[in-house]
Design a protein around this ligand. Structure first.
Ligand SMILES: *Cc1c(COP(=O)(O)O)cnc(C)c1O
Length: 377
C-alpha cells in the first residue's frame, strides 16, 4: 500500500467558484488563471472545471502548449508576455495573445514576421511598479504598437497592488482611466480581490470596476481561497475548496501529563490525552511553521495539531474524536464530506497565504481528480 496521503482536485468546486466570480461582473469575459500549474492543482486536472472560462491566462509557454494539447481552441494569454524574440514564433503558431509591458517587447514585435496580427494586452504600471508602462508613456507605447502590422487588437490592462485591503483600488483606477480615456479597445482590470470586493453588489462607494473591465482575471478565488482572508472567509464569498489534502493516522500514542511530542518537545501534555500520528509532513507541502493549535479535521471533526511538524509526519489531538484511531482520515485542508477546512486557516497559522500552500503541494503527494465533479462544463 502506498503511503496514506492523497490530494484531491474538485472540478465541481472550480466550476462553482468561477461562476461566483462571474456573478460580480456578469457582462465581462473571464480568464481562468492557470499559471504555476494551475496554482498547484495541475493544468490537466483543473481543465475540466475551468473550461467554461472565456480563456486561459498563464506565464509559461509550455503551459500554453499543454492547454492547446487539451484541445482548447479559445484565447490563451501570456500574462508576462514573451521573454525573448523567438517566443513570438510560438505565439504565432499557437495563436497566443500576449501582454506587452516594456519597450523591449515592442522592439521584438517590430522585427517579428507573422501573417496573422497578434492580439496584445498593453499593460499599464498604474502604481504597483512591477510590470508596465507608466501613465505618462502609456499612450506612446500604444501608438507604437498600433502602427505595427504585426499587431491587431490592443487591450488595455492594469493590475492592482491593494485590491484585498486598504487603500484599495481607487487611486490606481483613476490613473488608469485618465490615461486611457480616449483610447479604443477592451479593458482588463481585476484579479480575484478586485473582482469580489470592487465589482458588482459587493463594490463599495463609487469603485464598481465591472463597467471598466471587459475581461476579469480571477485566480485564487477560483481555487477556493478568499483573497482578503481574514477580513472575509470563503463562506462569506461563497467559495468551495478546489483542493483537499488528506492523510491517515498511522499510529496512536497515549500521553500522560508531562509527556512531550515530537522534535524539540514543543508540546507537553497537561492531562492524559490521545494523539494521532498523521502521514503528512513538511516534505508533502504542509508548512513546518504551523504551531500547535493549527486546525485539522479528523474523521470530519475539527481538532488541532500538537507539537512540531516533521518531514513525514505531524501529530494531532484525538480528544475531540474518541472513535478515531489508526486508519482514520485526517483532512489537512479542503473538504471532508460536508465539513470544510479552508486552506486560508492553515496559511494564516503559517503566516502566509493560501496561494503559497497550493503552489507548494509536493511532487511526492499523489493527486486524484474527484470523479463526482469531473463531468463536462
Ligand atoms: C496571477 C494574476 C492574476 C490573478 O490573481 P489572483 O490574486 O490569484 O486572483 C490576475 N492578473 C495577473 C496579471 C496575474 O498575474
Amino acid at each position: 500500500m502506498p503511503r496514506p496521503i492523497q490530494a484531491t482536485i474538485h472540478p465541481d468546486a472550480l466550476r462553482h467558484n468561477l461562476a461566483r466570480c462571474r456573478q460580480h461582473a456578469p457582462d465581462a469575459k473571464a480568464w481562468a488563471i492557470v499559471k504555476a500549474n494551475a496554482y498547484g492543482h495541475g493544468i490537466e486536472r483543473a481543465y475540466a472545471g475551468l473550461r467554461g472560462a472565456d480563456g486561459f491566462a498563464l506565464l509559461d509557454l509550455d503551459e500554453a502548449q499543454r492547454i492547446r494539447d487539451l484541445g482548447w481552441r479559445g484565447p490563451i494569454l501570456l500574462l508576462e508576455g514573451v521573454f525573448e524574440a523567438r517566443d513570438l514564433e510560438l505565439c504565432s503558431r499557437l495563436g497566443l495573445w500576449h501582454t506587452v509591458h516594456c519597450d523591449e517587447q515592442i522592439d521584438m514585435l517590430a522585427l517579428h514576421k507573422t501573417h496573422v496580427p497578434h492580439r496584445v494586452f498593453l499593460k499599464m504600471n498604474s502604481g504597483m511598479n512591477r510590470l508596465g508602462f507608466t501613465p505618462t508613456v502609456y499612450r506612446a507605447a500604444w501608438s507604437r504598437l498600433d502602427a505595427l502590422t504585426q499587431v491587431g487588437e490592443i487591450t488595455l490592462m492594469t493590475h492592482f497592488s491593494d485590491a484585498d485591503g486598504s487603500p484599495g483600488v481607487a487611486a490606481q483606477m483613476a490613473r488608469f482611466l485618465a490615461a486611457t480615456e480616449d483610447l479604443p479597445g477592451e479593458r482588463s482590470v481585476g484579479n480575484s480581490a478586485a473582482t469580489l470586493r470592487h465589482m458588482g453588489a459587493a463594490a463599495s462607494g463609487g469603485d464598481n470596476l465591472a463597467a471598466a473591465s471587459d475581461w476579469i482575471r480571477p485566480g485564487i478565488a477560483t481555487y477556493g481561497s478568499a483573497p482578503d482572508y481574514p477580513e472575509h472567509d470563503v463562506a462569506h464569498w461563497g467559495l468551495r475548496p478546489a483542493m483537499t489534502l488528506a492523510a491517515r493516522i498511522i499510529a496512536v500514542q497515549q500521553l500522560q501529563p508531562g509527556d512531550s511530542v515530537g522534535y524539540g518537545s514543543a508540546f507537553v501534555a497537561e492531562r492524559p490525552m490521545r494523539i494521532g500520528v498523521v502521514a503528512c509532513g513538511y516534505a508533502d507541502g504542509y508548512p513546518r511553521v504551523c504551531p500547535t493549535g493549527t486546525p485539522v479535521l479528523v474523521g470530519g471533526v475539527r481538532s488541532r495539531t500538537v507539537g512540531r511538524v516533521s518531514m513525514d509526519m505531524l501529530t494531532v489531538d484525538l480528544d475531540p474524536v474518541p472513535g478515531a484511531g489508526v486508519g482514520s482520515e485526517v483532512v489537512l485542508w479542503g473538504a471532508a464530506g460536508d465539513a470544510v477546512l479552508p486552506i486560508d486557516e492553515i496559511a494564516h497559522a503559517a503566516g502566509t497565504v493560501g496561494y503559497e500552500l497550493m503552489c507548494a503541494l509536493a511532487q511526492r503527494v499523489p493527486v486524484q481528480v474527484d470523479a463526482a465533479g469531473a463531468g463536462s462544463a
